[in-house]
Design a binder for this molecule. Structure first.
Ligand code: ADP
Length: 426
């Protein structure tokens, strides 16, 4: 099988979001956690590969180096087009990293032009006249204004990207996009002739992204949020099909690990406990006091796994988390909880768990590392942006796992996700 599309994502949950969109548009996708050592094994059983980096907020030179390593790996896999994926709110600092990574990839690929659009209308991210809207407000007037690491105060992406690149940045505006792929291509050629290296492209609907997708067929590099993924697979003849999301049959016990402290996850934990299902609360203060909290959680799990999914959670309300952070320090508390939940994850594998829901982005990273998982085959979507995945455990067994970033999923997510897996393979 030929790997058509090679994607380089600047963070982990963003990578999953992109992979999920590609699967829904008919491609079979493997997501890799960081760049594998050595070249790609051949043949790779996927139409697209997404490499998840952690390069959104690292120094620009590190982000460039990691992205170039990912590109080299993609080339060894024989990919035909590269997709640099960033956040749909164009999260970046004044120095980058979107601009520097884009230019480094362009140089390495020997291409003089690329497009840039974070638009994802299904999630309320639209671009009009080069300005990014988050829901009904401009980016610079949205909550992103106050983001601790990447505050976005300028909504005009032509100027945001222009400040990060040496190459001139242009605009393919909505009049052109609405007129179709041919017109977009004509505009691209005109911009190229003017010496423009990257163009922000307007998109306010999925149809716009589909038109753009067709127009960028054959372009060595595209850069976007996860939205453009809906418009690319058709270029190779892919169409939505359940076969793209097929995973091996699930087996083993079921568990949920939740280290997310976000609002949606608090609701999911409450719902699970309310339904009378087995749940073990991990208290950071007891970990700090030296109790074997992971051991206790695993003993609890061992006693209850036969009843159905067991939940191990550190999830607490914002006030309780603040209190713990005040006593232990925020970073220290996070680290203690992540280490404990990672240990719990390893123990759950020994107890025969082979279907695992993990809630929280940082928590997911810690669990995936602890389990030695290096790649995920992306399966069917459970909730918008959250797919089931299959991973090979170091011993050779298959683990079905879903990594839910904080605010995703409805209140019943911790049980309905397993029903979805049953339904898929029934
Ligand atoms: P989310 O962003 O959805 O809250 P993450 O897993 O990305 O989920 O981040 C949550 C962070 O909070 C992690 O570092 C986790 O270890 C930490 N954490 C989890 N539970 C607690 C708690 N009860 N007290 C303090 N920190 C916690």
């Amino acid at each position: 099988m030929t790997v058509r599309l090679g994607c380089i994502a600047d963070d982990f949950t963003g990578a999953t979001d992109l992979a999920n969109n590609l699967v829904r548009a008919g491609m079979r996708v493997i997501q890799l956690i960081d760049v594998p050592r050595g070249g790609a094994e051949q043949p790779l059983d996927a139409d697209a590969v997404v490499i998840a980096l952690k390069s959104r907020t690292t120094p620009a030179s590190d982000a460039v180096a990691a992205s170039l390593r990912a590109l080299e790996w993609m080339r060894s896999a024989g990919t035909e087009q590269i997709y640099f994926k960033y956040c749909s709110t164009f999260d970046s600092t004044r120095a980058g990293n979107i601009g520097p990574v884009t230019e480094a990839l362009m140089d390495a690929l020997g291409t003089d032009f690329t497009v840039a659009t974070p638009a994802f209308p299904d999630n309320g991210r639209t671009v009009f006249k080069g300005h990014l809207f988050v829901g009904d407000v401009l980016l610079g007037e949205s909550g992103m204004r106050h983001h601790p690491l990447t505050p976005m105060t300028d909504s005009n992406l032509v100027s945001v990207l222009g400040a990060q690149t040496k190459r001139p940045v242009g605009l393919v505006d909505h009049t052109v996009v609405a007129a179709g792929a041919e017109e977009i291509r004509r505009r691209v050629e005109a911009l190229r002739a003017e010496g423009v290296g990257a163009a922000i492209v307007d998109a306010v609907s999925n149809d716009d992204l589909v038109r753009l997708g067709a127009a960028v067929k054959g372009l060595p590099l595209v850069t976007a949020g996860s939205g453009l993924a809906i418009g690319l697979p058709a270029n190779w003849g892919f169409a939505p099909s359940p076969a793209a999301a097929r995973l091996p049959a699930p087996g083993g016990r079921r568990a949920v690990i939740s280290g997310s402290v976000s609002g949606a996850t608090n609701g999911q934990v409450r719902e699970f406990v309310r339904a009378g299902r087995p749940a073990f609360s991990v208290d950071p203060l007891r970990i700090a006091a030296g109790d074997d909290v992971a051991g206790q959680a695993l003993a609890f799990a061992a006693a209850h796994l036969a009843e159905g999914p067991v939940l191990v959670y550190s999830t607490e309300t914002p006030d309780a988390v603040k209190d713990v952070q005040g006593r232990l320090g925020a970073a220290e508390a996070g680290e203690l909880v992540e280490q404990t939940l990672a240990q719990v994850a390893r123990g759950l594998m020994e107890l025969g768990v082979r279907q695992l829901v993990v809630a929280g982005g940082e928590t997911s990273g810690a669990v995936v590392r602890a389990l030695g998982i290096t790649g995920l085959r992306i399966g069917p979507q459970i909730a918008p942006g959250v797919p089931w995945c299959a991973a090979a455990l170091p011993g050779g067994d298959t683990l079905h796992i879903t990594l839910k970033s904080g605010n995703f999923g409805g209140p019943g997510f911790f049980t309905t996700s397993f029903d979805r897996l049953d339904g898929e393979t029934a």
